[in-house]
Design a protein around this ligand. Structure first.
Ligand code: THU
Length: 133
């Protein structure tokens, strides 16, 4: 799929719908993610918090783990929706990087406004599989 053909608004809408399912009783900060695989399939995730705080999981990583568990290894784009357009955390950047620095990242807020970047831009000078060769 070319970038031009990518339906950015549909991916953001899928992330917004996933955000509605967020379980964030402790922070109150709800996050939804929608990951478009090279296969064309979309995998969603939301943040899932826990009373033992460090066990909480981010929306982006939930989406990646769901996709990889379904046999996907290549990703075109990921949309992330938060109330205020917050960017993916460092851990999620690293996990996304594992599957490609070129993945497009759409960082959106609940009003539908968004900005566009890539995983590589969000995590420059990174540690990756190449360092282990
Ligand atoms: N969170 C995400 O889901 N993704 C991020 O990239 C940043 C943070 C979640 C984790 C926690 O449930 C809440 O947002 C506040 O940190």
């Amino acid at each position: 799929m070319t970038r031009a053909k990518l339906d950015r608004e549909a991916l953001i809408e899928a992330a917004a719908a996933a955000r509605e399912l967020a379980y964030a009783p402790y922070s109150g900060y709800e996050v939804g993610a929608a990951l478009l695989a090279a296969s064309g399939r979309v995998y969603v995730g939301c943040n899932v918090e826990n009373a033992a705080y460090p066990l909480s999981m981010c929306a982006e990583r939930a989406a990646v783990f769901s996709a990889v568990s379904d046999g996907q290894r290549g990703f075109e784009a990921v949309a992330v929706v938060t109330q205020n357009g917050g960017a993916p955390c460092g851990s999620c950047r690293q996990v996304l990087l594992e599957f490609g620095a070129g993945t497009l990242v759409l960082i959106a807020d609940v009003e539908g406004g968004y900005r566009e970047t890539t995983v590589g831009e969000l995590l420059p000078d990174s540690f990756s599989a190449a360092d282990l060769e």
